[in-house]
Ligand binder design. Sequence first.
Ligand SMILES: NC(=O)c1ccc[n+]([C@@H]2O[C@H](COP(=O)([O-])OP(=O)(O)OC[C@H]3O[C@@H](n4cnc5c(N)ncnc54)[C@H](OP(=O)(O)O)[C@@H]3O)[C@@H](O)[C@H]2O)c1
Length: 345
Amino acid sequence: MNLPILSAAPLTMRALVQSDYGGAAALKVAEVPTPTLTPGAVLVRVMSAALNRGDWHLLTGTPYAVRLAGYGLLRPTRPIPGMAIAGRVVAVGAGVSGFVPGDEVLGEINRGGFAEWVCVEPSALAKKPAGLSFEQAATLPVSATTALQGLRDAGQLKAGESLLVIGAAGGVGGFAVQLGRHLGAEVTGVCSAKNVAGVRALGAHHVINYSDERLGEHKGRFDVILDMVGAEPLHSLRGLLKPGGRLVSGSGGQDNALFGPMIPIFRGLLSNLGSTERFVPLMNKPTVADLELLCGLVASGAVTPDISDRLGLEALPEVLDHMGEGRTRGKVVVNLSADSPRSPR
Ligand SMILES: NC(=O)c1ccc[n+]([C@@H]2O[C@H](COP(=O)([O-])OP(=O)(O)OC[C@H]3O[C@@H](n4cnc5c(N)ncnc54)[C@H](OP(=O)(O)O)[C@@H]3O)[C@@H](O)[C@H]2O)c1
């Protein structure tokens, strides 16, 4: 039985709309029709959404391979960006079970998150525990699931092993440092000078400031490397592994505008031939079970999302445009309820 709508959605809503591939000029905040609830879907009032580097890839349409993945060859087919949301279910479509209006949820969605309302498939959503804020919950889809799957599944990280996180100050890396520690590893984070204290505060046992210290000085030291930057040559990273170590690669770098990470992944897999060390490509797979696990870790205090900025929709074009520079610290969230906190800009 479907329950009635908790609070009727208005006919129009505020959203960030992307008219083209490009930079900030391709984005504008506009009043657009509120999505209609369809059978098998739920209508969510988005309270917070998190920015991800993937939003920047879909803003610029690079690498070009992303356009072929159904996002639109010449211009975006789904014009509202935003893939990581937390909010409240306001209505459930015909045939939906397991959700009722009023449920607080989080999830990774196929665009549409930088808007006040979104219609999504319930299979994308986990229930948000009361102890988490909407902002905290919005940081978990994409970044925290990537970090978890990178360490637990791709890296097969075990307690007592040594872990190197490259990109430790970023969205994925900040979670990886905390999860690595939670899994019982000895964690070394790599970041620039300005983020050394922050990465240490996340729980890293050791921090390498890449402006001062070369990674090559740490040959044969790590069981698992999670590389979320893609700037170091493959042979240098392999040299940092202990025998039997795993190099988990989550980023192909920015070099190849056509194919993105595909060529580095191919090279990495080839390098496994005749070697006891493994190159393992990482591809985040959204699962409700992992979101629930991560919610539990945040609720228990084992993991604390590192929220570096809180924005309103108006600030998004400029901030998203700059994400490709790779200087974002922690997670940036956009708040979509009128009374939500925003950092002064
Ligand atoms: N495979 C997947 O499923 C998956 C999922 C999510 C993201 N990704 C990809 O993974 C990458 C990271 O994502 P993210 O969301 O964590 O990005 P992000 O939040 O934009 O990461 C930015 C961070 O990268 C750090 N950084 C830049 N150059 C560095 C270097 N040479 N060494 C160490 N750290 C460096 C910066 O720290 P400093 O300023 O201190 O240098 C900054 O804090 C992106 O390429 C993204 O597309 C892949």
